[in-house]
Ligand binder design. Structure first.
Ligand code: NAP
Length: 280
């Protein structure tokens, strides 16, 4: 795995080293987070094309890997974030849009697994972060490997209707995974998801891996603290027939409430750029 090169570093904190030396060498710096006390700190991670597309929306080729070209720098960042997070959340569209993908570090960066798993072990953390799937409808494919990975705790956050559907569709199969009803509206409120993860599961650092629909709802509520955004040097285009997804879907921010971000760091490897952005 090739190391990243830091181009811009606006981090002012001087914390003791958090990552071991080899990971700091690869990332060209450390990766420390401010933890909130009122709710989990929410850190999002996406890879986008130059023209802002995050999913080609072609069956079997809709995942982030098609956008990043399976870039090793992007995989390094995903591997690090999945390691330091207490939980990883995705919407049902992301679970189903990239079948077989399991949101754990060894899936994305297997060559770093010894280092990454030791990092969690040294801190007495569970071997894998809780995987959280958000679905209003309860239409969740429990055959996905996410639900059959040893030692991977999972929870489906859903509505009452969604819970009823899960029980109807899967019967006893649902008891193998956890299902939580968070709120009684048609869609879950991001605040309710965070409260449940904080109070019931003790989540302090939440990695938000999208997709664009779930991300848009968190963004609207100003519940994204940081965004790790890889810009892959490809242009993919869109057409009326090929509806490709942008970074945010289903939420249009008004000019008055637009979300402006500051650059905490910018790194590079070849023609790729890796931004760490924060809300002011
Ligand atoms: N390039 C990248 O970095 C990246 C990152 C993530 C995802 N992706 C890609 O993006 C595509 C998926 O996009 P998407 O926007 O459809 O994904 P998504 O946001 O993961 O999923 C949307 C679905 O999540 C559920 N959901 C979202 N918000 C909810 C809420 N507030 N309450 C309850 N349920 C909620 C709903 O499921 P139900 O319909 O079951 O109710 C909704 O249909 C996939 O192809 C994926 O690979 C790319």
């Amino acid at each position: 795995m090739d190391p990243l090169k830091t181009l811009v570093d606006n981090q002012t904190r001087a914390d003791p080293a958090w990552l071991p030396e080899e990971l700091r060498r690869l990332y060209d710096g450390d990766l420390v987070f401010t933890r909130r006390t009122d709710r989990p700190t929410v850190v999002a991670n996406f890879v986008s094309s130059l023209d802002g597309v995050v999913s080609l929306n072609i069956p079997g080729r809709s995942g982030g890997g098609e956008i990043s070209g399976h870039d090793s720098g992007d995989r390094l960042i995903m591997g690090l974030l999945r390691t330091v997070a207490d939980a990883v959340v995705v919407g049902a569209g992301t679970l189903h849009g990239d079948p077989g993908h399991v949101r754990i570090s060894r899936y994305i960066a297997p060559e770093l697994e010894t280092l990454l798993s030791r990092w969690r072990q040294d801190r007495g953390l569970p071997s894998l972060p809780l995987n959280v799937i958000v679905s209003a409808s309860g239409r969740v494919d429990l055959n996905e490997p996410t639900f059959h990975t040893p030692d991977l705790p999972t929870v489906i956050m859903t509505t009452l209707t969604g819970q009823q559907r899960l029980i109807r569709d899967h019967g006893q199969g649902v008891s193998a995974t956890q299902v939580r009803v968070a709120g009684d509206e048609a869609l879950l409120q991001p605040h309710d998801i965070l409260n449940a993860l904080h109070s019931e599961f003790g989540v302090q650092l939440l990695l938000h891996e999208g997709g664009p629909t779930l991300f848009g709802q968190f963004l609207k509520e100003r519940l994204i603290d940081e965004l790790f955004l890889t810009i892959a040097p490809q242009i993919v285009g869109r057409s009326r027939d090929t509806r490709r997804l942008g970074l945010v879907e289903g939420a249009a921010l008004a000019p008055e409430t637009n979300s402006w971000w500051g650059v905490l760091s910018e790194k590079a490897a070849g023609s790729y750029r890796y931004f760490r952005l924060v809300t002011p």
